[in-house]
Design a binder for this molecule. Structure first.
Ligand SMILES: C[S@@+](CC[C@H](N)C(=O)[O-])C[C@H]1O[C@@H](n2cnc3c(N)ncnc32)[C@H](O)[C@@H]1O
Length: 224
């Protein structure tokens, strides 16, 4: 996933197949464990900003429940979890599908009882959480699975659980991931499961992503 900064991933692109559907780039790569693990093994982690996203740390700085069950799916290097640990949060679950990423995470977080690291596909994960943090995971999954993401995220949340973090508000020229989009596409797929408290331009994005992200703060809707 080539994106601002770091090393860019060179991939063969068949321009005849590139197709724009609204703001979303079509992709026919199998974005499975093999694909992601290869990216990790080869150090092709162009998405990695090297620190916790300020928009998320500022949000968490005013989140009051230090014992909340927090999930970070597609967590990569999970800098946000380092921030959470340093700031007294005690129940953090990290999921990544790539064994190489998980190996690095286990080295980093060791046997801290406060961080659980799981090598698993988000879409089959079972659990219940108070808060899910989103940081460049949604943009990494195939566009065709976005509805499934919203359903799964809602299923994983307790009553009144929250989904917070960042989504891109831009298109990408190259064949994804990352896959872009805009609130006009996101709202209809989140709304069946979440009350949208915030899905607004992010004022504290990192410079490389300035004016290209929305901050989301969504509350799980009660099932009627
Ligand atoms: C674009 S990276 C983002 C990593 C991290 N959130 C960050 O911002 O640095 C996407 C991550 O999601 C993982 N991933 C992709 N598909 C997944 C899935 N279905 N379940 C769990 N993790 C997945 C990849 O291995 C990769 O580490």
């Amino acid at each position: 996933m080539a994106e601002p900064g770091n090393k860019s991933i060179k991939r063969k692109m068949d321009n005849s197949k590139k197709e724009l559907q609204c703001c979303v780039t079509h992709c026919d790569l199998p974005l499975d464990q093999t694909y992601w693990n290869k990216s990790w093994e080869q150090g092709e982690t162009g998405w990695d900003i090297g620190f916790a996203s300020p928009a998320i740390t500022e949000y968490m700085a005013q989140y009051p429940y230090k014992d909340a069950a927090i999930l970070i799916p597609g967590c990569g290097n999970a800098y946000e979890a380092e921030y959470l640990l340093k700031n007294g949060f005690t129940n953090i679950t990290l999921i990544d599908i790539a064994p190489k990423a998980v190996e690095l995470l286990k080295e980093k977080f060791g046997s801290s009882g406060k961080v659980q690291v799981i090598c698993e596909d988000f879409f089959v994960h079972e659990g219940k959480y108070d808060l899910i943090l989103e940081q460049t995971f949604f943009c990494a999954i195939p566009v065709s699975r976005r509805k499934e993401y919203t359903e799964k995220a809602a299923d994983l949340l307790n009553e009144n659980g929250k989904l917070a973090g960042l989504l891109f508000d831009r298109t990408f020229e190259q064949q994804g991931p990352p896959f872009g989009g805009c609130p006009c596409e996101y709202k209809p797929i989140f709304e069946p499961h979440f009350q949208i408290k915030t899905m607004d331009p992010c004022y504290n994005s990192i410079p490389a992503r300035k004016n290209t992200e929305v901050f989301i703060h969504l509350i799980k809707k009660q099932k009627s």
